[in-house]
Design a protein around this ligand. Structure first.
Ligand code: NAG
Ligand code: NAG
Ligand code: NAG
Length: 337
């Protein structure tokens, strides 16, 4: 290289360093604000999906089966997914809708596996405000008594099942119900939780059913803001008693003319037997539960076991049932719930 050429290169480097780069930086600074505004900040979280608002026709048919996540959480843990999977497995030609008040859903490994294995599972956004505002509870909702009550979250969430059943009809399930048998032939029903309490964890009604209308009226007119679970089993039990003319001291609850009340073992609350029984090996008991045609679901009462990590790879009753009815969720959770 000649010295002339070397000088030229040095000149170029000098010009670049002293003029081009600073000018570029200056321009960038001037336009940086605009630049930032013009390009929207894309939430690039591959694990989170924006849920879609369902069209009206999604529900506009009798007998949809649905779950509600009403606390605004954007994830669903394995035990709850197990409930959803069991419903999807048993009703393989019905949509199983998980209605979430969160706008987004965290796509965990378990959820991805579930969606891949079952084309009938849908996670949908539920705009609870719209549901309330378009219902006979709009005034109650606007007054915000629920917000100032002792259990605001629960009192916001509990009425949603009645409002959805009233508006669209179908079968509602709590996320601690494991479905053993097909429920679709049942109409206008609930089940007993004990001799004197009706359960609201499994209910099916045609849309606009007068029983639901009574429940909704009761919630708006006699809302006790201090009482725990005021719109849970207490509500449905009260309405049953009233409609079936069961008066204390007669505590036996019976079928009403237009609502069928199933005996306690049909939806099988775990209080029916000792909780520990579910974590013991008992082949005979397991077979009885799985094969008895009268037992349609098991109601596990997750809150009784939520602090417990449960391995589901053993031969105890819970493990066997879980592997049988939610095999995908069990496997994708490495057999630990
Ligand atoms: C749906 O379930 C029925 C009865 O359980 C079964 O016979 C059928 O093969 C299942 N269909 C699919 C597509 O899995
Ligand atoms: C939910 O509905 C309310 C009222 O109908 C509306 O103001 C709000 O924007 C909706 N939320 C979403 C996330 O769509
Ligand atoms: C309601 O009626 C059905 C069918 O007649 C019966 O199987 C069921 O046990 C009755 N429920 C109660 C709580 O008596």
């Amino acid at each position: 290289m000649t010295s002339r050429n070397q000088n030229l290169t040095k000149q170029k480097i000098f010009i670049s360093c002293c003029f081009v780069v600073p000018t570029f930086v200056l321009l960038l600074r001037i336009f940086y604000k605009d630049y930032k505004i013009k390009i929207p900040q894309v939430q690039n979280n591959p694990n989170e999906e924006l849920l879609s608002l369902p069209h009206e026709e999604v529900f506009d048919r009798e007998k949809s089966i649905f779950f509600i996540e009403g606390f605004g959480k954007n994830y669903i843990p394995a035990r709850m997914l197990c409930s959803i999977e069991s419903a999807a497995l048993v009703h393989n030609n019905t949509f199983i809708d998980v209605l979430m008040t969160s706008r987004t859903l965290q796509k965990s490994v378990q959820i991805r596996s579930l969606l891949k294995a079952y084309s009938n599972v849908r996670f949908l956004y539920l705009n609870a405000t719209t549901l309330y505002m378009e219902s006979p509870m709009s005034e109650w909702f606007l007054k915000e008594t629920w917000k100032n009550s002792k259990y605001p979250e629960m009192n916001f969430v509990d009425p949603l099942r009645y409002l959805l059943l009233f508006k669209y009809g179908g079968i509602y399930l709590d996320m601690d119900i494991i479905v053993l048998k097909n429920l679709k032939m049942l109409e206008n029903f609930a089940g007993l939780e004990s001799d004197s309490w009706v359960n609201c964890a499994v209910m099916g009604f045609r849309k606009g059913h007068p029983f639901l209308n009574d429940c909704i009226k009761e919630m708006t007119q006699h809302f006790d803001s201090e009482l725990w679970g005021v719109n849970g089993p207490k509500l449905i039990t009260k309405i049953f008693r009233r409609r079936c003319h069961a008066q204390p001291p007669d505590t036996t609850l019976k079928n009403c003319s237009d609502v069928r009340l199933f005996k306690r073992e049909v939806f099988y609350p775990i209080s029916w037997t000792k909780l520990d029984k579910f974590f013991e090996e008992d082949q005979e008991f397991t077979n009885t539960l799985l094969n008895d045609p009268n037992i349609l679901t098991l109601h596990f009462w997750n809150h009784n076991t939520q602090s417990r990590i449960i391995p589901v790879d053993g031969q105890n009753l819970y493990s066997v049932i879980v592997r049988h009815l939610c095999p995908i969720t069990a496997a994708s959770s490495n057999y630990i719930f």
